[in-house]
Design a protein. Structure first.
Length: 135
């Protein structure tokens, strides 16, 4: 299946909270410029095959992994499971990326796919705690 790239809608692009408007203007300009690159177009064209190739790849045992998942994405994936043959929920799918699910920590955070814009403080704490626990 070939995925077509779409025109980016900058009107609905999230803004970075608590920064000057000039920073958000630059963020939007970079997003627009980067979205039009050959690499992004190629990624869209190759995504299905790349995902299929990755199905057999896992992180090795004792490779600690932290997944910070968006609640909105988790909910979307649960809705998709009603209509498609998707194995496991969003957390289980991430655990399956490792040879040993005991090496995986997942945390679902309130928000959408762009968590780094809205949950950055909670993400930073989770990352610090994860690193401290796995030294």
């Amino acid at each position: 299946m070939k995925v077509e790239t779409q025109q980016i809608d900058l009107k609905n692009l999230h803004t970075i909270p608590n920064v000057p408007n000039a920073i958000n203007k630059e963020f939007k300009a970079l997003a627009k410029r980067n979205y039009k690159t050959k690499a992004v177009k190629n990624e869209g064209e190759q995504i299905s095959q790349n995902l299929k190739n990755a199905e057999v790849v896992t992180f090795p045992k004792d490779f600690k992994s932290l997944y910070l998942l968006a609640q909105d994405t988790y909910d979307d994936m649960e809705n998709r499971r009603k209509y498609f043959d998707i194995k496991g929920n969003w957390i289980e799918q991430h655990e399956a990326l490792s040879a040993d699910k005991g090496d995986v920590k997942t945390k679902v955070l309130k928000g959408d796919h762009l968590l780094y814009l809205t949950a950055y403080k909670e993400m930073a704490k989770e990352i610090e705690d994860f690193i401290s626990a796995n030294k």
